[in-house]
Design a protein around this ligand. Structure first.
Ligand SMILES: Cc1cc2nc3c(=O)[nH]c(=O)nc-3n(C[C@H](O)[C@H](O)[C@H](O)COP(=O)(O)O)c2cc1C
Length: 317
């Protein structure tokens, strides 16, 4: 085969699956969501990091956290409820214990998920991450209660959210993507607040507040009483919220909530997402993120979509 034929072969390889999020180029728009993909290293024998866009770490706090008592996960008719309670090893143990290996894994793009119960907690996590090479983006989880303000969740109050995002974005050495709480009346207001305070991207949705009771025992099925609902049951609400956020701001959106397959991913992109995240699906199939990334490529081929990025915001009204 001559050089030209080889070049043609390369061009004919298929759709361009790359997307750019806050200046970071991803090989695919499909990303593994926080809390459902461990610290990434657990998946190195399971899937190819070169075939997925990136992964988001478990939420990282300034100190290690044991999480909530069990039972803390149950299945629902169309998803799951969890009250893991943000169990994690702490940011320092992550940087020292997991980052060296993650930096060796071909194609692994690391998004570090940050949370805290005060603004200072979050700033301390960011300070530690800033000194760690190999991290591409920060995802700031705004669904945490602010213990300095009577437990009010940062992401449900525009003043708390703006203050948190402003301080974190100023300190951060990497772009900050703010993960919004969906437990609000106006997601557009929260999207505009975060963007106005310095967020360079948005992630949504996090889980919806929920509760389940066992009629036999009359007790809550989850020890924490309330829990976060995720999975296919929340998808239509999540698509609506991504659409509303995309109408409100001009920064990239990472859309998620119940994505199980490639056409679900396309739906979120048409609603306005630049990239998507897959969470609960990884519980049923640990290879789900890669399968969906591969499926999205096939979907683009079948629908003659030359650049996956052209799907973003493409809903026809
Ligand atoms: C078991 C579990 C743990 C999670 N932990 C976190 C977390 O630590 N930080 C965070 O921002 N989101 C966390 N999430 C939320 C997911 O990242 C995602 O936003 C949500 O589950 C919706 O997507 P899905 O329906 O594809 O799961 C968690 C979700 C689940 C199911």
């Amino acid at each position: 085969m001559g050089e030209d034929a080889a070049k043609v072969g390369k061009v004919a390889k298929g759709p361009d699956m790359r997307v750019t999020v806050c200046g970071v180029e991803l090989a695919s728009p499909v990303i593994a969501a926080s809390g459902t993909f461990g610290y990434g290293v657990e998946f190195e024998e399971i899937l190819s990091f070169e075939r997925i866009g990136a992964f988001v770490t478990k939420g990282l706090s300034r100190e290690a956290m044991a999480g909530n008592p069990t039972p803390r996960i149950i299945e629902t008719a169309s998803g799951m409820m969890n009250a893991i309670g943000l169990q994690n090893m702490g940011v320092k143990a992550f940087v020292e214990g997991k980052m060296p290996r993650l930096r060796e894994i071909a194609g692994a793009v690391v998004i570090a998920n940050v949370f805290g119960f005060t603004v200072e907690d979050c700033l301390e996590v960011i300070r530690v991450l800033n000194d760690a090479p190999g991290i591409s983006l920060y995802e700031l989880n705004a669904s945490c209660p602010n213990t300095a303000h009577g437990g009010m969740v940062f992401g449900t109050d525009p003043t708390l959210l703006g203050n948190l995002v402003g301080k974190c974005a100023k300190l951060a050495a990497r772009p900050v993507v703010v993960k919004l709480s969906p437990n609000v009346t106006s997601i557009a207001l929260m999207a505009r607040t975060a963007a106005g305070a310095g967020a360079q991207g948005l992630s949504l949705v996090n889980t919806f507040l929920s509760m389940a009771i066992d009629p036999e025992t009359r007790r809550p099925r989850i020890a924490n009483v309330t829990a976060g609902l995720s999975g296919p049951g929340i998808k239509p609400i999540a698509v609506r919220m991504v659409y509303e956020a995309a109408q409100a701001v001009r920064i990239p959106i990472l859309g998620m909530g119940g994505i199980l397959n490639a056409s679900d991913a396309v739906e979120f992109m048409l609603a306005g997402a630049t990239a998507v995240q897959v969470g609960t699906a990884s519980y049923a199939d640990p290879r789900a993120v890669e399968n969906i990334a591969n499926g999205l490529r096939r979907w683009c081929e079948k629908h003659s979509v030359g650049k996956v990025s052209s799907l973003t915001g493409g809903v026809v009204l």
